[in-house]
Design a binder for this molecule. Structure first.
Ligand code: SIN
Ligand code: MN
Length: 203
């Protein structure tokens, strides 16, 4: 583990190619149960450039009327989310938290998608880390301090890399500036999948 900042840990190549392929197969099953949807910004309704789904007892969703929130069912189908894949649970263990994750947000970035700088702060259990898994094309991941507008640094995340956002960096600003299309052969289509495992309620 490489410490990028206090509590912000980076483990390149956590998943080998075989594990990445197995995880993608699990995600294809999960997406059949709970299809990708396009979240919308609170108030404005502006669509995100990523499409997403979730695994687990809770999923993160957002729309113009009810804003950012966790809920037990898919916002379009009303059905429960698929279970969190075992391989993703293995990644969660590196975070060292004593209770299991409740949500695994699955973001799909096409070649042009990005994610603006933000904090993950919709969880009550802020002592639990957020554990992130990257699959497919590489991206430029940016992180800063816990205050908006502070200095930031960037790293390139590759398929199979793990990032643990915890401790003093749990509320750090972070985002994805760009995808590098064609840098991985893992997915049939260009793009990147990011999984973030989250504990929502205090155990
Ligand atoms: C997120 O912050 O939800 C996603 C981060 C990433 O795609 O690496
Ligand atoms: Mn985030």
């Amino acid at each position: 583990m490489i410490e990028l900042a206090p509590g912000l840990l980076y483990r390149p190549g956590f998943f080998d190619r075989a594990a990445q392929e197995a995880l993608v197969a699990d995600l294809r099953t999960a997406v059949r149960l709970a299809p990708l949807f396009t979240p919308r910004m609170p108030r404005t309704g502006k669509p995100f450039s990523v499409r997403m789904t979730n695994c687990g007892e809770l999923g993160w969703v957002s729309d113009e009327t009810r804003g950012y929130r966790y809920q037990a069912t898919h916002p379009v189908t009303g059905e429960p989310w698929a279970p969190i894949p075992d391989l993703a649970m293995k990644a969660w263990k590196t975070g060292g938290f004593h209770a299991p994750p409740q949500a695994c947000l699955v973001n799909f970035y096409d070649a042009k998608a990005r994610m603006g700088l933000h904090q993950d702060r919709d969880e009550k259990a802020l002592d639990a880390p957020v554990v992130s898994i990257s699959l497919g094309d590489a991206c430029l991941f940016r992180f800063g301090s816990t205050s908006r507008g502070g200095p930031t640094k960037s790293i390139r995340l590759e398929s199979g890399d793990l990032v643990v956002i915890g401790g003093a960096s749990r509320l750090c600003f972070h985002g994805v500036d760009r995808i590098y299309p064609g840098t991985s052969t893992l997915l049939a289509e260009a793009g990147r999948i990011n999984l973030t495992l989250r504990r929502v309620d205090t155990p």
